[in-house]
Design a protein around this ligand. Structure first.
Ligand code: MTE
Ligand code: MO
Length: 437
């Protein structure tokens, strides 16, 4: 069966037609430069950037005490979280502001102001002096902690992503948004600081019958999630630090639960209490949502870890190659992640999945973390279909769209981790497409 290319239907510049892949890819440039250096741009001697007349060079700048809390350059105003009506429940209190993952300047940390925000009842603003956390149920020493008491436990810092399992949920039946932010922006990553629950619970004592933990938020939605005790004791944390400062209100200030690698919704923000029990609670959300409906008509009810996944962040629909000239050397960059382990390798295809080359991993490679990958190519100006395919150290690899649909159908909202494709046109435009077949 020959493969076909489906175009996205929303935010796309033009048609929704289906091209034949064979004609589309004819004559594609396939050789990959082993290494390359982007040619320097020739500067003119009178370039404004290097003359004394530059306005910022002839007068004093801001005094050092202008901002007690520093601001980014006003020229970066376009780098913002974005919302779409199509993915909210009718208002902006139960909605999601998506992270511009293509605008992050390298590395695996999301600046706090750009961290995606998925909330069900708005952002609660909590007075840290009035904050209390109750830990009760099947606990030897049930307790109500102040923030100061909680912070007295030995802390540690860990880098983990949080991803809403609905990330990419609009794409099950075909490409929807011609945008990386709206297809993959329901995730972000931070260095979190807090106490491991295993450390805290050593002090409080968990009764042997305890099998499940109910985590409940104190926001308007009172979001409650139940989590098996094994995960709580393995690597779950109560965190108050986000990239070196207090959690942002959007992320659950002053304390949230961090459940590394598992569904975003389990990372309960504005945490009010943890109750230990011997069976799962039947929180409303849990029975009605966060399940995976399969082709058989049966749903998988508990499905927690986020699977191995990846996305090319440059180029992408918002970051096209329209300024490139034929023969330019260019870096293809992206993020890979797995909630089940550590990224082992990422392969990149320029031809819609027929041929693959291993990309290099850049910087830190950590478990349950974003991992940046890179491949440098010389682009000959011919159309490409770019794909990335990540594999983690549990041996799991991203499925093709067809493989994923064969396994779980298209009725699910959650846990879509099929290989993504960007079509690069000869003029450098980049479109979200689905390669089928
Ligand atoms: N108390 C509370 N916790 C919550 C939520 C919420 O609405 N209320 N939303 C959940 C969902 S669905 C996700 S995906 C993550 C999003 O985390 P973030 O907003 O810090 O990105 O928080 C989870 N924790
Ligand atoms: Mo979510």
């Amino acid at each position: 069966m020959s493969k076909t290319i489906e175009k996205s239907v929303t935010l796309a510049s033009n048609s929704v037609s289906t091209d034949s892949r064979r004609g589309f890819l004819k004559g594609m440039f396939m050789s990959v430069a082993a290494a390359g250096v982007v040619a320097p741009v020739a500067l003119k001697a009178d370039d404004a950037a290097i003359t004394e007349e530059a306005e910022w060079g002839v007068k004093l700048g801001f005094p050092v005490d202008k901002y007690g809390y520093g601001q980014r350059s006003p020229y970066e105003h376009n780098v913002v979280r974005r919302v779409t009506d199509l993915l909210s429940s009718g208002d902006m209190y139960a909605s999601v502001a998506m992270c511009p993952i293509h605008e992050l300047e390298g590395g695996i940390i999301t600046p706090n102001g750009l961290f995606f925000n998925r909330s069900h009842g708005g952002t609660a603003i909590i007075d840290p002096n009035k904050y209390r956390l109750m830990i009760h149920g099947l606990i030897e020493k049930p307790i109500v902690l102040t923030l100061a008491q909680l912070k007295r436990y030995p802390s540690e810092s860990r880098i983990h992503f949080i991803e809403c399992p609905a990330n990419g949920s609009a794409e099950w039946r075909g490409p929807q948004f011609n945008s990386i932010q709206f297809t993959k922006g329901m995730m972000s990553s931070a260095e979190w600081t807090g106490v491991k629950l295993s450390v805290l619970l050593e002090d409080l004592g968990v009764k042997p019958e305890a099998k499940w933990v109910l985590a409940e938020g104190s926001d308007n939605s009172e979001m409650g999630r139940t989590i098996p005790i094994e995960k709580i004791m393995d690597d779950a944390m109560l965190v108050w630090g986000q990239n070196g400062e207090a959690l942002r209100p959007d992320q659950g200030y002053p304390v949230r639960l961090l459940v590394p690698g598992w569904e975003g919704n389990l990372n309960v923000k504005w945490l009010k209490r943890l109750e230990f029990g011997d069976k799962p609670w039947h929180a409303k959300e849990e029975t009605s949502k966060y399940t995976m409906l399969q082709p058989s008509g049966k749903a998988i009810r508990f499905f927690w870890p986020m699977e191995v996944n990846s996305i090319i962040t440059s180029p992408c629909p918002e970051k096209p190659w329209t300024d490139l000239k034929k023969g330019d050397v260019v870096e293809i960059e992206g993020l890979a992640w797995s909630g089940q382990g550590t990224i082992q390798h990422v392969d990149v295809s320029l031809d819609g999945g027929d041929n693959w080359t291993e990309a290099s991993l850049k910087g830190l490679v950590l478990p349950k973390s974003w991992t940046r990958f890179s491949m440098i190519i010389k682009w000959d100006g011919k159309p490409l279909v770019l794909q990335s395919r990540a594999t983690d150290d549990t041996g799991n690899t991203q499925p093709t769209i067809n493989q994923e649909i064969a396994a779980v159908g298209v009725e699910s909202v959650y846990h879509r981790n099929a290989i993504c494709s960007w079509e690069v046109k000869a003029n450098g435009e980049v479109n979200n497409v689905h390669v089928r077949g």
